[in-house]
Design a protein around this ligand. Structure first.
Ligand code: ASP
Length: 294
């Protein structure tokens, strides 16, 4: 196969039909095209997905990083994971606090520790010791993500308003990577961990497929999530799109909704969702830039 590269990004499942997502569409398209140019320039897939997710965390347009909402105790806890299909290697943080870029913390776990996942106080302390930027008392840090209504922040746990960002990339050397970052469910219990930071649930990358999921994490965990989809490709030989639909059917059977982005070595973006829309964009050597939220 001739050299190819692709970046696919998502800004979460579900759109509010009464809100204007023009800013989100502009941002997603810019990310996809700038990221594809990075890949063309030889940047690795894993560095590109980290860059894209960090940008989305910093924008405050999405429910991740700046756009995250507090839990029932009034504290923001983030989940994030990054996975490099070359290896594979992975790093993740769960229920981490006080870090400006949760995906940078996940990357540090991958690069600097022998572990895959750090959680809670240990994760927060690790990020601090690693010199990662803290939020501290910055009153301007958090903002309401696009499409989120203020009353949703008061969710009682079963109202399940949520959001996430993610990216998958194929680089010129044929390597795949995935990254996902979230503020999780609004009004969640302190310590609640979703699918996002769990390799094989919300995030996955191996030599053949990279996947980033979004939706109510409990359903994705119970359906086997990204690991179920990857296994259908590896052991049953399913095309990625069919594997995605089959996994989402399991999510739907559990009463859940959501979506995913994925990328195989052919560089063709895979999108699947059963939610009301999936904010998404893609660009690459063989992919004309595209963006949509519906
Ligand atoms: N999957 C995320 C979680 O459950 C939320 C989302 O994707 O919107 O934490």
């Amino acid at each position: 196969m001739t050299e190819r590269w692709t970046l696919v990004v998502h800004g979460g499942a579900g759109v509010n039909p009464s809100r204007d997502y023009a800013d989100v569409e502009t941002d997603l398209l810019a990310l996809a095209t700038e990221g594809a140019a990075r890949l063309q320039g030889g940047v690795s897939a894993v560095d590109t997905v980290q860059w894209a997710v960090a940008r989305m965390e910093a924008s405050g347009l999405y429910v991740a990083g700046r756009g995250s909402a507090p839990n029932r105790a009034g504290i923001v806890e983030f989940d994030a994971a990054i996975m490099d299909g070359a290896g594979p290697r992975a790093g993740a943080v769960a229920a981490i606090q006080d870090v400006r870029s949760p995906i940078a913390a996940a990357r540090a776990v991958m690069d600097l520790t022998p572990h895959v996942l750090l959680a809670g106080e240990g994760a927060t302390a690790f990020a601090r010791e690693s010199g990662l930027d803290q939020i501290g008392n910055d009153p301007d840090f958090f903002r309401l993500a696009v499409g989120v209504e203020p009353h949703e922040l008061e969710a009682e746990g079963d109202a399940l308003a949520h959001g996430t960002v993610g990216a998958v990339a194929l680089d010129r050397a044929g390597r795949l990577a995935a990254a996902t970052s979230t503020g999780g469910l609004f009004g969640k219990r302190p310590g609640r961990v979703g699918d996002t930071p769990l390799p094989g649930a919300g995030t996955w990358a191996d030599a053949d497929i990279a996947i980033s999921c979004t939706g109510v994490g409990e359903h994705f965990i119970l359906a086997g999530g990204a690991g179920d989809m990857a296994a259908r490709i590896r052991y049953a030989g399913l095309p990625a799109k069919d594997a995605a639909e089959a996994m989402l059917a399991r999510v739907a059977a559990l009463g859940g909704d959501g979506g995913l982005i994925a990328l195989g070595r052919d560089g063709v973006p895979v999108f699947a969702w059963n939610s009301r829309g999936l904010k998404r964009a893609a660009a690459g050597s063989h992919v004309a830039p595209l963006v949509s939220v519906t």
